[in-house]
Design a protein around this ligand. Structure first.
Ligand code: F3S
Length: 754
């Protein structure tokens, strides 16, 4: 990783000059977020102040990380870009395709067998283009990045929405689609609308059952799933400095659940300890030397109201453990109120499964604290009533916690250790009986709990909490159990109480690992062949999307008017579909199959305007495509929230949808649509959503003079011959309009390389 040290040295060498220039341009003290952003401008030292929430700015990220489900499409796109090598350090992490079924070893072997073709493809593309490759079983992308690559003051993009996890170590880390990753790997600047800033001041100190997870569960309750949209959340204050680096990582990770662009903590002693603990004392020493630049200016934190667009204050000394859910991560319940909520809402109180770990919560601290409860269960003769699984975030963590006896302790409690991979968190869970779709409850220390996410069962009520609370509730087997106040009956009929969890931020004997699972790329990749079998149903080389025809779009059929939540899981479901992430044609068969049709409240059942019959969304769209007819998708608020997968944009583009018209977009999805040459439009008047009828044929006017800030006109031609003309807004800037005209951003990159 010497390459990294050189890169970090260069980044840090720029800091003093660039931050001074930024302070001058902005004309006031700077937040940490501003320092890092201004230090990564493509243009060099700042010559102007950018307007938060308005200016589009070109950045030069230091690094790219990709997970295997999204890397396939990112790298298929990169292969089209005409480059010999990636321009910035990049890595691929094989974590999403491993299905949890019986336990780590068997599941991993099965996955290697099942996904061999994809792993071989990713390994060979990585080898050819100078990309570091983390093999299946090495760990989950965000944990591996935190342990190896995240550094204070750095900037990275990652093809996964929980990339912000690295903010725990003071990095601006942003989740993007594969097309953005492709740009940065090709050496192009990366564009982002300069974010707004939300400050979270943490005071006091946590104790007892409360953990870092509860900070973000509380923040999610305050800000909701949309509250962070377009903003970076910066944490500061004495309370922030008291949290471990991995605890901060958990908080930043779940910033994705409030729609935040990313979240960040400043560099402090805990960051230094974690860097040293993970074998990077050299980076800690370098960071110490410029420490003043790796935190916000003191004037900012003394008077935060003046510098942040929104400010939240949380006293950690008073913070209760929280349980959030079901079905959405922003339904926040302090544990003291949760039992009543379970009863009032009729949620199944019997807890079937408790799942700890994942990229969000599998640090040494998390595992050791959860294990302290498991040990108590054993000592106090409590038999865990729920099933219980442990997903380590990396082989390094797994190896270390096994060495220190924690996995053994979980085993005594009946816990099953799953592979170092996403597993149930991304629907890769062969959960016995899930197909019966029975109403049941599970609780996880993961981050996301949308319906069907974990096991595909829409009736699974998934709740999110800290590993400690998950473990306590799994022991009790009861969602209404409050470990702070309640007792449990043990095998001998005695009433026993769980004591507060205890753990260590870092292992006293240090981390250890035998084979971390890393494969370095070839020095010279020019001779490496990347093979894709044309008959493969998993991988398919890409063809370019066609350029815009140069006219207004008329006669578009309404494909679906989606009602309510329409996340990227609804648009391009994960679970069983993950296996087609490298095959655009095949994965397009899941397009919008989870979206609720506003006209019949059904999923995957829309009217085919050519036949008058109801059919599945992808089949209906393929029918339009065959007849050379374009279509439009209409959606509700925060359309495309959730993951960064660009399949949710590529599938409609591939199948011939021309525009997505919604009340509002989630940021990553909106950018993904633009990159793929799709029109991403919003209702100027959200109430116009109600004017869309099932048989509408729609025209989009104004494209021949498409310009930034200039709305487009939409004509709704209703079946009865009447029409409505409504206004649609967009956020395309000049460059993005060029993407639209070229048919996709990649078409422009390719043209420039030739
Ligand atoms: Fe994987 Fe779940 Fe994290 S899918 S990357 S463990 S959010």
């Amino acid at each position: 990783m010497a390459f990294d040290i050189e890169m970090i040295k260069e980044v840090y060498a720029r800091f003093p000059e660039r931050i001074a220039a930024a302070r001058k341009a902005v004309g006031r003290p700077l937040t940490l977020t501003e320092k890092i952003l201004y230090a990564h401008l493509t243009e060099g030292p700042a010559s102007q102040a950018f307007k938060r929430g308005a200016s589009y700015v070109d950045f030069q990220p230091d690094r790219v990380a990709m997970q295997d489900a999204t890397a396939q499409m990112a790298l298929l796109q990169f292969m089209q870009a005409g480059r010999d090598k990636v321009a910035v350090p990049s890595t691929v992490h094989c974590d999403h395709l491993i299905q949890a079924e019986v336990g780590a070893e068997k599941d991993l072997n099965k996955a290697k067998d099942k996904n061999r073709e994809v792993y071989d493809f990713l390994a060979s593309v990585s080898n050819k283009y100078g990309i570091g490759f983390w093999k299946p079983g090495a760990g989950i992308i965000h944990q591996v990045v935190l342990e190896n690559y995240a550094f204070p003051g750095g900037m990275m993009i990652g093809t996964d929405s929980h990339t912000p996890n690295a903010g725990g170590l003071g990095m601006i880390a942003i989740g993007v689609g594969g097309a953005d990753a492709c740009d940065v790997m090709a050496g192009l600047p990366w564009e982002l609308k300069f974010p707004k800033l939300i400050g979270v001041k943490l005071t006091g100190k946590m104790s007892g059952w409360t953990s870092a997870k509860d900070v973000i569960l509380k923040v999610a309750g305050i800000l909701t799933v949309k509250g962070g949209t377009g903003a970076i959340v910066e944490y500061f204050g004495d309370g922030a400095r008291s949290l471990s680096a991995t605890g901060k990582g958990t908080i930043c990770n779940m910033g994705a659940e409030i729609g935040a662009t990313t979240s960040i903590f400043g560099y402090d002693e805990k960051s230094a300890a974690y860097l040293s603990g993970t074998g990077r004392s050299d980076i800690a020493a370098m960071a110490n030397a410029i420490a003043e630049h790796l935190t916000g200016d003191s004037e900012v934190y003394a008077n935060p109201e003046a510098y942040f667009d929104q400010l939240i204050e949380i006293n950690l000394s008073e913070l209760e453990p929280h349980v959030n859910g079901p079905f959405t991560p922003d339904l926040a319940w302090p544990i003291s109120k949760f039992a009543a909520a379970v009863k009032e809402n009729g949620w199944p109180a019997k807890l079937d499964v408790g799942l700890i770990g994942s990229c969000t919560n599998s640090s040494y601290e998390d595992i050791s604290r959860a294990a302290s409860l498991a040990q108590q269960a054993v000592d106090k003769k409590l038999i865990a009533k729920s099933e219980y699984t442990i997903t380590p975030g990396s082989e390094q963590v797994r190896f270390t916690v096994e060495r220190d006896g924690f996995l053994d302790t979980f085993g005594k409690m009946g816990g099953v250790v799953l592979a170092n991979a996403c597993g149930p968190c991304i629907g890769q869970w062969a959960r016995h009986g899930a197909e019966k779709q029975e109403k049941n409850s599970i609780i996880t220390s993961f981050n996301r709990n949308f319906a069907k996410r974990a096991d595909g069962n829409p009736n699974t009520h998934a709740f999110v909490a800290s590993p400690e609370i998950v473990t306590a509730l799994a022991i009790a087997g009861d969602l209404t159990f409050n470990p702070i106040t309640d007792t449990l009956t043990n095998a001998e009929g005695q009433q026993v109480k769980l004591e507060e969890p205890k753990g260590l931020e870092l292992p006293t004997k240090g981390f250890a690992v035998e084979d971390a699972g890393y494969q370095a790329p070839a020095e010279d990749g020019s001779k490496v062949n990347v093979l894709v079998d044309p008959k493969s149903d998993r991988l398919q080389l890409l063809d370019s999307f066609p350029a815009w025809e140069g006219t207004d779009l008329k006669g578009l059929k309404l494909l679906i008017k989606a009602k309510g939540k329409c996340t990227t899981d609804h648009i391009s479901m994960a679970g069983p579909w993950l296996k087609y992430r490298g095959h655009l044609d095949n994965i397009s068969n899941n397009m919008l199959i989870g979206a609720v049709n506003a006209f019949n409240d059904a999923t995957n059942k829309v009217k085919n305007q050519l036949t008058g019959e109801y059919g599945e969304v992808p089949a209906t769209q393929r029918h339009y495509k065959q007849h050379g007819i374009g279509s439009i998708v209409v959606g509700d608020e925060n359309y495309g929230e959730g993951s960064s997968r660009e399949h949710a944009a590529m599938e409609p583009r591939f199948l011939g949808v021309r525009a997505i018209l919604v009340k509002s977009f989630a940021r990553i999805h909106e950018t993904n649509l633009k990159k793929q040459g799709m029109l991403a439009l919003t209702f100027a008047n959200p109430a116009d959503y109600d004017l869309i009828h099932e048989d509408d044929v729609i025209d989009i006017l104004g494209l021949t003079s498409f310009a930034p800030g200039k709305p487009l006109q939409i004509v709704l031609n209703h079946k009865d011959g009447s029409t409505h003309t409504i206004t649609a807004n967009h956020t395309y800037n000049e460059g993005q309009i060029e993407w639209f005209k070229a048919g996709a951003a990649l078409n422009l990159i390719k043209a420039a390389a030739n």
